[in-house]
Ligand binder design. Structure first.
Ligand SMILES: *Cc1c(COP(=O)(O)O)cnc(C)c1O
Length: 425
């Protein structure tokens, strides 16, 4: 791989370099296990002395291609692919925080992430503080405690569509010698590369735009490779790991200690790796990522403008829309497009939004976002229904809010569909 290759070249070429006569496309290695000629080869693999494959729970050649591609696209040193975005976020945190530790998170988050933090990870003894959607430097600083191990944000929050001021968060995290973890699911590296703005770890639900065709649930954690884990706050990285004969991650795997530790501790013990067939499909999706993200963004902007001008629509939220609260940050962090998701509320509140959704013919009611096909969802009654009213408001979800994921259809057809549905209100 040529280190000077630009994004679109990496999107189709990175991660797989076939040798003479080998398949042009990275094959699906649907094998749990790998054959060796002698015992020592396998012993060396288990001791992490030589790289290679011995069991697909830990690593697989097809998944490896996708991981290498994601590391290249984000501009990081390594990546670990997981079974879902949920496991990616859970492991990104569990890799650096244990019972007694604390995480600061922005409150504009995906509903599943809120639940993961406030219910399931809380039971492991990790505590969370949430800062408000428009938190300033002082509020974020005030939330950080001596036992805080990371700051967690979504680059473009699902579904609040708040654009994170990454540089501000990165500056404050680094003042406290803790990493900034960024869920970059909605922008994808085609629209924003958080490492360029100071992030240390990037996570994705690859189920969304990376796949892009609604075929495969998956997740990935990417490591930038510059965070100093030896600063004294992360003894698990610098002290011998008894479960690996005294391996020291920052000494023995200095280039990518976070990824190695995550794989050999958390993926080894909890499981949930990405499966080879999903890696094959998701990798195929990433090949067209730039083209798709451009079109998703164009269609979302066209729909946002149409809805904004419609007399039966109360409000529209799209960071790419001039005058939007997030427009300034979108121009800075998402100059190539503000991704394919917008939200709106019909005049007449919850009932009118619901009626509009039921009258759509081309746009389908789906729980998913980021598909090639346009879809709509009502978070308050679907994805976010487990949240309390207070949590809903903190996550930026109003009762009438419809989340619209603009697909890759012709914008005129999409606008006509919304036009005819609105005419029935
Ligand atoms: C969907 C999503 C997740 C969870 O990912 P799954 O692949 O569904 O487990 C996490 N973060 C964001 C921003 C998401 O949109």
């Amino acid at each position: 791989m040529n280190p000077n290759w630009k994004f679109d070249t990496l999107a189709v070429q990175a991660g797989y370099e076939p040798k003479n006569g080998e398949p042009r496309i990275a094959p699906i290695v649907q094998s749990t296990t790998y054959k060796y000629d002698d015992v020592q080869s396998v012993a060396d693999l288990f001791d992490l002395k030589t790289p290679g494959f011995f069991y697909t729970r830990l690593a697989n050649p097809t998944v490896d291609v996708f991981e290498k591609k994601m590391a290249a696209l984000e501009g990081g040193v390594a990546a670990v692919a997981l079974a879902s975005g949920q496991s990616a976020n859970a492991f990104a945190l569990l890799n650096l925080a244990q019972s007694g530790d604390h995480i600061v998170a922005a409150s504009a988050l995906y509903g599943g992430t809120v639940s993961l933090f406030t219910n399931t990870l809380k039971k492991t003894g990790v505590s969370f503080s949430f800062v408000s959607i428009n938190a300033d430097e002082e509020e974020i600083r005030a939330a950080i405690k001596p036992n805080t191990k990371a700051v967690f944000v979504e680059m473009l929050a699902n579904p609040a569509l708040h654009v994170c001021d990454l540089e501000m968060y990165a500056k404050i995290a680094h003042e406290h010698q803790i990493p900034l973890i960024v869920d970059n699911t909605f922008p994808t590296p085609a629209l924003c590369r958080p490492f360029e703005f100071g992030a240390d770890i990037v996570t994705h639900s690859s189920s969304k735009y990376l796949d892009g065709h609604a075929t495969s649930v998956g997740g990935v954690v990417v490591e930038k490779g510059t965070f100093d884990w030896t600063c004294g706050k992360f003894p698990e990285f610098t002290e011998p790991d008894a479960s690996y004969h005294g391996l020291v991650y920052t000494r023995d795997f200095a280039a990518a200690p976070f990824s190695v530790k995550l794989r050999v501790q958390l993926v080894r013990d909890y499981g949930v790796p990405m499966m080879p067939f999903n890696a094959f499909l998701t990798n195929l999706g990433t090949e067209t990522l730039s083209l798709r993200m451009r079109k998703h963004s164009e269609n979302a902007l066209a729909l946002a403008k149409f809805l904004q001008s419609h007399p039966k629509i109360a409000w529209v939220k799209y960071p790419g829309l001039e005058g939007d609260d997030d427009y300034g940050r979108a121009r800075k962090y998402l100059p190539r497009g503000a991704s394919g998701v917008l939200t709106f509320g019909a005049k007449g509140g919850f009932k009118a939004s619901e009626k509009l959704m039921n009258h759509l013919e081309l746009a389908a009611i789906v729980v998913h976002v980021a598909d090639a096909r346009t879809g709509v969802l009502h978070p308050a009654s679907m994805t976010h229904r487990q949240l309390s009213e207070k949590e809903l408001i903190a996550a930026g979800v109003l009762p009438e809010l419809v989340r619209l994921s603009a697909g890759l259809e012709d914008a005129e057809d999409l606008i006509s569909d919304f036009d005819q549905a609105l005419s029935k209100l």
